[in-house]
Design a protein around this ligand. Structure first.
Ligand code: DX5
Ligand code: ZN
Length: 232
């Protein structure tokens, strides 16, 4: 298995919406490798966040790629819009549409030269991505119920990270594994040890007074966990 670089990926849901540009610039200058934008439609999840015009504004002031997490019932309707605003990667959920629609959507994301990903809610096992993993650049293991920032990390999701890695190995595909929800400096190492490499951090990043210091803490803890994985 190829080693993927560690990516600290702040979730803009926890940013200052009254001064989004400042939040984006602060995050980028702290050293983060990616920014995470959560799109919620009030249908797939019981919350509404922001749409494509806002993502375009974020992209326009960000020098790092913007990763879009689509918590929407029909993500296939917005792929051109996501491409047009400059999304780097697009994640759809494993329980939207039927398998043919999901496969078609992931293939279209790739055809538009964006990275493709599928997310697993806490209730779904790693096996639920087996029928699409050959079309994925990344799998997202949710460590909270999607819909809101600031929730408690579900430690019982950690074995699923290893299971997703096994599903990918079985299919002979090389993917990145992302975790999202309640990630902080205390649990990021456990996620890295289990095989995650892309860490979405909302509250624990934007809640920090000193973002550069928090970035350093998160990265150090993730690297420590990843080195434990390497020894296993
Ligand atoms: C939850 C979102 C997350 C959220 C993470 O549905 O997908 O990206 O913003 O925020 P924290 O780190 O606060 O749980
Ligand atoms: Zn998210």
């Amino acid at each position: 298995m190829r080693k993927h670089p560690i990516i600290i990926n702040p979730s803009l849901l926890a940013a200052d919406f009254l001064d989004l540009e400042k939040s984006v610039r602060e995050a980028v200058s702290s050293g983060v490798e990616m920014l995470h934008a959560d799109v919620m439609d009030g249908v797939y999840v019981p919350n509404i966040s922001f749409g494509f015009d806002i993502i375009g504004k974020i992209v326009s002031v960000s020098s790092v790629p913007v990763d879009v997490h689509m918590m929407t019932a029909a993500p296939w309707n917005y792929l051109d819009a996501l491409k047009n605003v400059g999304a780097y990667s697009v994640t759809i959920h494993s329980d939207v549409g039927d398998v043919c629609t999901r496969r078609d959507t992931l293939a279209r994301i790739r055809a538009l030269e964006m990275k493709s990903a599928v997310a697993l809610k806490p209730a779904y096992p790693a096996e639920n991505v087996a029928d699409v993993i050959d079309l994925c650049d990344m799998v997202l293991v949710m460590t909270v119920e999607p819909g809101f920032g600031g929730q408690k990390f579900m430690e019982d999701m950690i074995p699923k990270i290893r299971e997703v890695r096994r599903v990918a190995e079985r299919a002979c595909v090389d993917i990145s594994v992302q975790v999202d929800g309640g990630v902080n400096a205390d649990n990021i190492g456990l996620c890295a040890e289990a095989g995650a490499d892309n860490f979405v951090v909302g509250t624990a990043f934007f809640g920090a007074e000193d973002k550069e210091e928090r970035y350093g803490e998160l990265r150090a803890a993730a690297e420590k966990g990843a080195s434990r994985e390497a020894r296993d």
